[in-house]
Write a protein of this length. Structure first.
Length: 99
């Protein structure tokens, strides 16, 4: 599977937006060894009792819930509404294909 995002892509996000499974969101991921948390764009897979299970599009790189567990609801910072740059591949989030 090819990554959804590439370096340099620009996104419009909505702080306090309603997270939904299948959508991209800005999440706060914990760092090992008690380091500061990191903001990352991840796909929301599903919600369970502990929070959102997040996945990565590139299986060879990155961090997801397989390594850090479920992301608490409070750590879902924003939802991705639309990608604006580069304009070649993006669609509005309300269309049929989730972003």
């Amino acid at each position: 599977m090819l990554p959804t995002l590439r370096s340099g892509d620009r996104l419009v996000v909505r702080y306090g937006g309603r997270p939904r499974a299948g959508r991209l969101a800005v999440v706060r991921l914990p760092q090992p060894a008690g380091g500061p948390p990191v903001l990352a764009v991840k796909r929301l897979a599903h919600h369970d009792g502990d929070g959102w299970w997040v996945t990565r599009d590139n299986a060879r790189e990155g961090v997801d819930s397989w390594s850090v567990g479920a992301v608490p609801d409070d750590d879902v910072v924003a939802t991705v509404t639309i990608g604006v740059w580069p304009p070649r591949t993006w669609r509005a989030a309300r269309r049929s294909r989730p972003l």
